[in-house]
Design a protein around this ligand. Structure first.
Ligand SMILES: NC(=O)c1ccc[n+]([C@@H]2O[C@H](COP(=O)([O-])OP(=O)(O)OC[C@H]3O[C@@H](n4cnc5c(N)ncnc54)[C@H](O)[C@@H]3O)[C@@H](O)[C@H]2O)c1
Length: 700
């Protein structure tokens, strides 16, 4: 059991002991009911205190039980709460640190609540596409009022206990303790003070629940919430549930909450959000690197190159309070880089997102140099120089010469072979890829590229430092493009074929944006610069002559239409504006290309566009799993959700393929393979897909 029972005088204390956040798993629930029985059976006990050990009162459901039958195993949370309510001896929840989800619902089932200041209080279920399922939507409005409760339930955001305690008329807390340190003592005192009281014990369920404007308020709430949550059904269901609290008897409201909760459980959006939640946690675990692998201390960072990436990378560390020294070849380059960092931070200060003193603190952590010897104390050095192997060679030989023993040497290369880069040093075990995405101070994704000799403690350290700088780190093996860019190349190739066959850039972009991508492939190309892909294709022409591409993109680049930076790309742009305007020049170019190739254009449906683009990601993703470049399909989803604008509510390409059904996906691939304008060999379903279909399984 993960709850302890003890008796202090005439007060019994039940302490949840399920680290890290006292999740309400089966063994904790049993512990609570067991403690409760003991307390009720003991005539000497007059009152009961429930609290949590360590860093939380309770963070809610136990994520290990998430979505498994164990979560419902009796006593489930609803039964535990009913047992608390039925207690003939007063129960006081002593709340501190974190009181969220099921934890808050548990507290609402107690007769009294004493809270420590600084406690984060929330019902965050909506973030998983759900609503609170153990009475939260019915009880919270009764103690905080309908509006405050609905705001908390719909947003899922945490509110501090002292703020809630200050709300007029609130009944959530019977007492706010003087400090977290005195909470326990104060809760026990409070329990003693109510132990002798005569009359019925107070229950939240018995409080009235009304909004003065009644249904008119809920209509207003629905309009607001509906406008903000268009791809997600849960927030509106939260409104329904809270409205039920105002209209129905308590038990009927509970039944309505359960009905809405169960329906949400099976929506694709909730499944996607829960997948994301689990995949994010799983991404930080590397199969052969145990969690207790020792880490190297990272107290200072060196960055080579103060260009686009070097500047953004440096900002991540400065913002986390870690000193950074940037090295460049020339003072002018340093000055330019520093000016950009300053400009970015100043913009945040102007918007009120960064306090001026914080800005000063961060800039004080930044230093520059032109001399490699100044990097001899750095614990981690990240290279972000030009993407040429020769340049990387020079840099890594210098780093090998000056860096202290045990320093981690990382490259931000997007396309080069990390093993080759490691081989420029005499310490390949200390070399790793840290592939940031642009803008590096904004984008969440970090691909951690594991070379064949990268040491386990280097990986463990980089994963931990990624968390510190608030990145989602995903491990990738060494291959061309790593996980993200290797897949996007197949997606881009399909986009090109679609143009050849009859689609326009705007039709392709519109279809995939309607599916939910932040930006279609052609608008994306114009933003990133079409010359980047051009350079890659030129390289491919010699390295992988078998790879077939539409020639329209090359023809576009031959006209100098590199995208927004040249004022024209797949679209036209007006000076100083980013709106993509359909371009007659491009439409003519595509039409001429079709004529040259003898292609009769056909009408292509939006459905085909979406399937070919997304299934291209899925098939390449499966190859990546087959090749051992990614260790699990959830990692691939994380890459696409955090780095490539894949719609969150669809859960990433691999999860989406599971939802569609791998059989259906494989059948579509076989259909595409018959299209003579496409690449038949690419559309053979990857061995992993074939195997999973044959076994009736899905990506796990
Ligand atoms: N720009 C992106 O979107 C992006 C995304 C991910 C990764 N990358 C990778 O990051 C690296 C840098 O890209 P970038 O876009 O920042 O390039 P950039 O041209 O903006 O900056 C490169 C900087 O490196 C400096 N430099 C070149 N050689 C050097 C040397 N020997 N010693 C010290 N400094 C040197 C240059 O003066 C320049 O300031 C490349 O490997 C690139 O593939 C870029």
């Amino acid at each position: 059991m993960t709850a302890e029972y003890k008796v202090l005088g005439d007060v019994a204390v039940i302490t949840l002991t399920n680290p890290p956040v006292n999740g309400l798993g089966f063994s904790t629930r049993i512990g609570i009911t067991d403690g409760l029985s003991k307390a009720l059976d003991d005539a000497a006990v007059k009152a009961i205190v429930i609290t949590g050990a360590g860093k939380a009162f309770s963070g809610g459901a136990d994520i290990k039980e998430f979505g498994t039958p164990k979560a419902l195993q009796e006593p489930n949370l609803l039964s535990v709460i009913l047992a608390l309510e039925a207690s003939t001896k007063p129960i006081v929840a002593a709340i501190h640190s974190v009181c969220m989800g099921g934890g808050l619902e548990l507290a609402l089932g107690c007769h009294y609540r004493v809270a420590a200041p600084g406690t984060s209080v929330a019902l965050p279920e909506v973030k998983l596409g759900l609503l609170p399922g153990a009475g939260g939507t019915q009880r919270l409005p009764r103690v905080l009022g309908v509006e405050t409760a609905l705001n908390m339930i719909v947003s899922g955001e945490a509110v501090k206990s002292e703020l809630l305690a200050s709300l007029p008329g609130q009944k959530l807390f019977d007492k706010l303790a003087a400090s977290p340190e005195t909470l326990f003592e104060e809760a026990v005192e409070f329990a003693k003070s109510v132990a002798g009281k005569s009359g019925e014990l107070p229950l939240v369920r018995k409080l009235p629940c009304k909004h003065p404007q009644g249904d008119a308020y809920f209509q207003f709430a629905r309009n607001m919430v509906g406008g903000m949550s268009k791809n997600y059904p849960a927030p509106l269901k939260c409104v329904d549930a809270v409205q039920a609290a105002t209209q129905m008897k308590f038990d009927d409201g509970m039944a309505e909450e359960r009905r809405l909760f169960t329906a949400l459980m099976f929506t694709p959006e909730s499944m996607a959000l829960r997948h994301l939640f689990m995949a994010e946690r799983a991404a930080s675990r590397i199969p052969d690197v145990p969690e207790d692998t020792p880490q190297r201390a990272i107290k200072s960072v060196g960055v080579i190159g103060a260009g686009t990436m070097g500047g953004g990378i440096s900002m991540n560390f400065l913002s986390a309070g870690i000193p950074v020294k940037i090295l460049e070849m020339k003072q002018e380059a340093l000055d330019r880089g520093i000016a950009t960092i300053k400009k970015n931070y100043e913009a945040q200060v102007k918007k009120g997102k960064l306090k001026p003193e914080k800005y000063e603190e961060r800039m004080a952590l930044l230093s520059t140099t032109l001399d490699y010897n100044d990097l001899r104390d750095a614990d981690l050095i990240i290279e972000a120089v030009f993407e040429e192997l020769g340049v990387k060679e020079k840099v890594f030989k210098e780093l090998d010469r000056v860096a202290k023993a045990g320093a981690i040497l990382a490259s931000n290369t997007s396309t080069l072979d990390v093993d080759k880069i490691a081989a420029f040093t005499k310490r390949p075990q200390d070399v790793v890829g840290m592939h940031f995405f642009s803008p590096a101070n904004v984008m969440k994704l970090l691909e951690v590229v594991r070379g064949k000799e990268t040491a386990k403690d280097v990986l463990a350290t980089v994963m931990a430092i990624a968390k510190k700088i608030k990145k989602t780190a995903v491990v990738s093996g060494v291959c061309d493009g790593f996980i993200g860019n290797r897949m996007i190349e197949q997606y881009s190739r399909q986009a090109g074929f679609l143009l050849d066959e009859g689609a326009t850039p705007q039709q392709v972009d519109r279809a995939i944006e309607k599916f939910g991508f932040a930006m279609g492939p052609f608008r994306m190309g114009d933003l990133a610069g079409n010359d980047i892909g051009w350079a890659i294709r030129k390289r491919r022409a010699t390295e992988r002559a078998d790879m077939k591409y539409s020639k329209t993109a090359d023809k576009l680049c031959e006209l100098g239409r590199f995208g927004q930076k040249t004022g024209a790309g797949w679209y036209d742009y007006q000076a100083g504006k980013r709106d993509a305007i359909p371009s007659q020049v491009v439409l003519d170019l595509i039409e001429k290309h079709r004529k040259d190739e003898g292609i009769t254009p056909r009408k292509i449906s939006d459905e085909e566009i979406v399937q070919r683009l997304v299934y291209a990601l899925v098939n390449e993703g499966a190859h990546i799993l087959d090749d051992g470049i990614a260790s699990k399909s959830g990692d691939i989803d994380m890459v696409y959700l955090t780095g490539y604008g894949f719609p969150i509510w669809r859960g990433g390409p691999m999860h989406y393929a599971n939802q569609v059904g791998l059989y259906n996906v494989a059948e579509a691939m076989k259909r595409f393979a018959k299209n003579p304008r496409d690449d038949a060999s690419f559309w053979q379903p990857a061995p992993l897909i074939q195997k999973l279909v044959a076994e009736g399984k899905q990506f796990s």
